[in-house]
Ligand binder design. Structure first.
Ligand code: HEC
Ligand code: HEC
Ligand code: HEC
Ligand code: HEC
Length: 201
């Protein structure tokens, strides 16, 4: 397994094609920052057994913070009072408070706000100045949005149980691939094309 990871990392270093997707060597590869038995990469977020949350076999401590959600007088769609669990998973490191190495049943000791050098990635608890998340994607409520197709819009995934699906962190970001579009984005934002996937502006 480790040699497979090493080979994948090497490919990434060699700058192979844009479609290569790997956590290894990315900012989400924490194996260089902390010590685990076997130098594991996925363990900070997933466990193969006895995961803390069933989907997606989630193994990281959950943030205990209360978040201020986006609000505006022109918002048409319904936004949840607090981030839904899939976005909360991102915020469980990106709140800057919850320990990054708090996985499994361990409490961890380093977070982005203190000892871990990652302050540029801190979102904090005020999401009022960030793109709305845990918000419905309903183009009948807001005709300025392109029509979704089931649990997706264009190539971007929407989340939740439907019939109305929601925009979450994972709609615009792919946790596993930092390299292809930069900043773990799911699609290029060249000429704001990511934005225009949804906004009919
Ligand atoms: C920093 C956290 C993080 C790390 C590290 C991580 N993942 Fe994930 N993974 C997530 C999140 C969040 C989701 C669910 C959100 C989504 O699907 O975009 C997910 C979903 C998945 C899924 C199900 C959905 C899909 O994309 O297929 C698989 C399979 C998966 N991860 C495998 C892995 C493997 C294998 C590794 C290690 C090489 C890994 N992940 C490392 C955060 C992480
Ligand atoms: C286990 C902790 C952890 C989880 C969970 C996590 N991240 Fe991160 N993320 C990090 C760390 C650590 C960095 C690097 C910080 C630094 O060095 O500046 C980072 C960096 C990033 C960056 C900046 C990358 C860049 O190139 O500038 C983005 C974007 C990001 N994460 C998105 C997400 C999203 C979206 C999720 C959920 C789907 C998520 N992260 C879940 C720990 C995490
Ligand atoms: C509607 C799309 C969208 C959603 C939803 C979204 N992001 Fe982003 N995010 C972006 C884009 C685009 C960028 C790159 C901005 C840039 O390069 O200036 C970005 C950048 C980032 C960065 C890097 C910040 C920096 O200054 O380098 C982090 C960390 C991040 N996002 C985390 C998250 C987390 C966590 C969530 C959910 C709470 C989230 N994002 C939701 C589109 C989104
Ligand atoms: C996956 C779809 C999606 C993507 C991608 C997306 N948005 Fe949005 N955005 C939404 C939805 C849904 C709303 C809520 C609209 C409403 O109901 O008024 C929203 C709301 C907004 C708002 C607030 C509108 C208000 O009335 O307060 C702004 C501004 C915005 N988006 C800008 C952007 C920008 C800039 C980008 C690209 C970086 C982007 N969006 C990418 C779906 C998306």
């Amino acid at each position: 397994m480790r040699s497979l990871f090493a080979a994948t990392a090497l490919l990434a270093v060699l700058g192979s094609s844009a479609s290569a997707q790997t956590v290894v060597g990315s900012s989400h590869d924490l194996s260089d920052d902390f010590t685990t038995p076997d130098n594991q990469v996925c363990i900070y977020c997933h466990a193969p057994h006895n995961a803390l949350v069933a989907v997606p076999l989630w193994n990281h401590a959950s943030t205990a913070q209360t978040f201020t959600m986006y609000s505006s007088s022109t918002l048409d769609n319904t936004i949840a009072g607090q981030p839904s669990s899939i976005s909360k998973q991102c915020l469980s490191c990106h709140d800057g408070v919850t320990n990054i190495d708090a996985y499994g049943v361990g409490a961890g000791s380093e977070n982005m706000g203190t000892t871990f050098p990652g302050s540029g990635a801190i979102m904090g608890t005020n999401l009022g100045n960030d793109h709305p998340i845990s918000i419905n994607y309903d183009n009948t409520a807001d005709p300025g949005l392109n029509a979704p197709s089931g649990a997706g819009v264009g190539t971007l995934p929407l989340f939740g149980a439907g019939p109305t699906y929601t925009v979450e962190c994972g709609t615009c970001h792919n946790t596993h691939d930092q390299a292809t579009y930069g900043k773990f984005l799911r699609a290029s934002n060249n000429a704001s094309s990511l934005c225009l996937t949804c906004h009919n502006k």
